[in-house]
Design a protein around this ligand. Structure first.
Ligand code: ATP
Ligand code: MG
Length: 148
């Protein structure tokens, strides 16, 4: 059975009022589809961290998702400053967040490492002065049959 569902959420830089809305909507979609809770939890973490990075560091962006019976693919693309050193940005604890951002509870430098840990694959592409694109996916293992 192929039952594919896809869509897009638009993200606005500095819009902290709606921070988390896109990842929360995606979580709701996965719940309605009956995706296993551990998969939903991992995707909710990854999507939230990617969404917040757009809101904190970019001007605007979008989160696109495609859910099939076996996988959840997410692309988070932004227009923004870009990431000068992706390897450094992936380092646990590395953050360029300002004091203002830290006061809001962000800036632990754990977002990107947590996206990597929570997903089955993460690809990051960034062009300085243009923006950043994250692509990640999680395989949905159907109950009972363990897949590699
Ligand atoms: N979309 C983005 N555009 C530009 N820079 C980014 C983007 N996402 C991450 N970065 C850079 O990479 C660094 C590390 O990101 P990461 O999400 O791991 O940590 P953080 O956002 O600083 O803190 P936390 O996610 O724990 O709140 C950021 O501080 C920022 O410098
Ligand atoms: Mg972050």
């Amino acid at each position: 059975m192929t039952n594919t569902e896809e869509g897009v959420f638009f993200l606005t830089g500095k819009d902290f009022t709606n921070a988390g809305a896109a990842s929360s909507s995606l979580k709701g979609i996965l719940e309605r589809r009956g995706v296993p809770p551990d998969i939903i939890r991992r995707m909710a973490i990854a999507a939230f961290e990617a969404e917040l990075n757009v809101i904190i560091y970019a001007v605007a962006g979008m989160m696109k998702y495609r859910v099939t019976d076996t996988e959840i693919f997410v692309t988070v693309q932004d227009m923004g400053q870009g990431i000068p050193d992706i390897e450094l940005a992936m380092t646990e604890g590395y953050s360029t967040a300002t004091d203002h951002i830290r006061e809001m509870g962000f800036g632990s430098g754990m977002g990107l490492p947590n996206i990597k840990k929570s997903t089955d694959n993460l690809a990051i592409n960034s062009v300085m002065g243009e923006g950043t694109t994250l692509e990640f996916f999680i395989r949905i293992r159907s109950g009972g049959t363990e897949q590699a």
